[in-house]
Design a protein around this ligand. Structure first.
Ligand code: PFF
Length: 491
């Protein structure tokens, strides 16, 4: 299915043109769009892009960074970074994608800078790496959903027994990857957009209901105080860096996801307002996730907010205990609701991660989407095997990675991906500002936003894309490389 207005525009050009080669080019464009697909509506695009952004990063990473890094002061800082750093990078990625109608690797070539396609290649690799371990965690969430439905709250105390049960883990991770592949295989409008339109509103209702319920639990206020009272002395250079990285990862930037999604966006859409809405949705959902998580944690710990765990320990060890304490019936409902929410949030992100390499294979290798998804997801699943084995099954993948920031393969893969995203983000904005040139970026943004030139948004984006984003991203990249790989802490 392809955009009727854009098609109309192309057909009009087709009819009024006398030139044969022009007719040919236009016909190729029509066929290309029909083959590639596109979002069918503005809301569909926004929900799909927000779905990519809202994921595991929001629900387990964000609340803890907030809790440990200054409470509300961190939230404000995160919000600032989301708009100063992430919003301009997202506008840039979407504009490059829409201008070229290509995947992140082909896009640079389509603009006439084929050498820069290395940036798209690195980004695509980073996305495949993220999906390889993200799918492992999503698979666990699916498994926990089933355990919660069966009332097996003790699973929290048996997390390592679960992660080392190969039959279960392989079953759930293969199932999750298959669901992702199925959705992506259905195409942009028929798969990604359709699922986002159902899952995103459902996810919002679920997270708000769970947060509302969490407020009613004993000790909820202790959790909320911990989360929300600003502690300015806890804001250090390291937490500022953490907020920047978290915002960047959370908005799915630096690897070309938004180039791919932008390539399916109609020329009549206003990229600036669409991006602002996506950014806002991501920040709001991350914030509400904290309102839900901390009362649960406080309830489980009897109001003691010291010695908190983050990451897998939080979701898969601590919270099942909280659900158990709610009693069998309520526990089953809240517990399964919670892991369903995690699975939904993960799914809208995994489809965007899979879309990037699939989009490349469809565009450049001319393999049909329904086949491409299975080849690509098969490769990614294989890349994810060391992460899957790195939680107790294989001693090597669990303990032998000797990096300052990681000993297990999953954290190692996450460190590499984290670093590559910052590098990719730096290259993309630098490319747009100084190689492709800002005038061209402005021309693209003007489609769907006629008054853009000279507007406040234009001035803001001009400064951020030219100076603030490249400087912040380059600095952060150096800091992260030194700390992740050499154990040198600059901040
Ligand atoms: N934004 C997702 C999250 O916060 O969980 C993760 C993610 C998805 C990162 C897609 C990068 C990406 F391209």
């Amino acid at each position: 299915m392809f955009q009727s207005t854009t098609t109309h525009h192309i057909l009009t050009r087709f009819l009024i043109s006398n030139s044969r080669s022009y007719i040919l080019v236009t016909l190729i464009q029509i066929i290309d769009m029909a083959v590639r697909g596109s979002f069918s509506s503005r809301a569909g695009f926004i929900l799909a892009a927000a779905g990519s952004a809202v994921g595991l990063g929001n629900i387990w990473k964000f609340p803890f960074e907030v809790g440990l890094g200054g409470g509300a002061a961190f939230v404000v800082m995160y919000l600032g970074f989301a708009f100063i750093l992430c919003f301009p990078v997202m506008v840039t990625e979407i504009a490059i994608g829409r201008k070229t109608g290509k995947n992140p690797i082909g896009a640079f070539g389509a603009l006439g800078y084929a050498k820069w396609s290395i940036v798209g290649k690195i980004g695509t690799f980073a996305g495949m790496l993220i999906l390889s371990y993200y799918n492992v965690i999503a698979g666990w969430a699916l498994g926990y959903l089933v355990e919660m439905l069966m009332g097996n709250f003790d699973i929290g105390n048996n997390f390592s027994a679960f992660t080392t049960n190969m039959v279960k883990v392989v079953f759930y991770t293969v199932t999750f990857m298959s669901i992702t592949s199925y959705v992506v295989g259905k195409g942009v409008a028929g798969g990604i957009e359709k699922v986002a339109k159902i899952l995103m509103p459902t996810l919002i209702i679920m997270i708000v209901s769970l947060a509302a319920y969490a407020f009613t639990l004993p000790h909820a206020m202790k959790g909320l105080e911990f989360y929300l009272i600003p502690e300015f002395d806890e804001i250090t250079a390291a937490t500022v860096g953490g907020a920047l990285r978290q915002a960047f990862f959370s908005l799915s930037l630096g690897m070309g996801t938004m180039i791919a999604y932008g390539s399916y966006l109609s020329k009549k859409e206003n990229i600036v307002t669409a991006t602002a809405l996506v950014t806002l949705t991501d920040v709001i959902i991350a914030f509400i996730a904290g309102l839900m998580i901390f009362p649960f944690v406080a309830f489980n710990n009897g109001g003691d907010m010291n010695n908190l765990v983050s990451g897998p320990g939080l979701l898969f060890v601590n919270l099942p205990g909280a659900f158990e304490s709610m009693g069998p019936t309520v526990g089953v409902v809240v517990g399964s609701f919670f892991f369903l929410l995690i699975a939904f949030a993960a799914l809208t992100s995994t489809v965007s991660l899979l879309e990037v390499p699939v989009c490349y294979v469809v565009d450049e290798m001319k393999i049909i989407r329904s086949k491409a998804v299975w080849y690509v997801s098969g490769i990614i699943y294989i890349i994810g095997i060391p992460s899957l084995l790195g939680f107790g099954v294989s001693d090597f993948f669990t303990n032998s990675i000797v990096l300052p920031a990681s000993t297990d393969f999953l954290s190692f893969a996450a460190s590499i991906a984290d670093t590559l995203l910052l590098f990719g983000g730096f290259c993309i904005v630098t490319f747009a500002a100084y190689v492709w040139k800002k005038e061209n970026l402005v021309e693209e943004i003007k489609n769907g936003y006629e008054d853009y030139e000279g507007s406040i948004a234009h001035k803001f984006l001009n400064i951020t894309i030219s100076y603030i984003c490249p400087v912040l991203l380059a600095t952060l990249f150096i800091i992260v490389v030194l700390s992740h790989f050499f154990g040198i802490s600059l901040i």
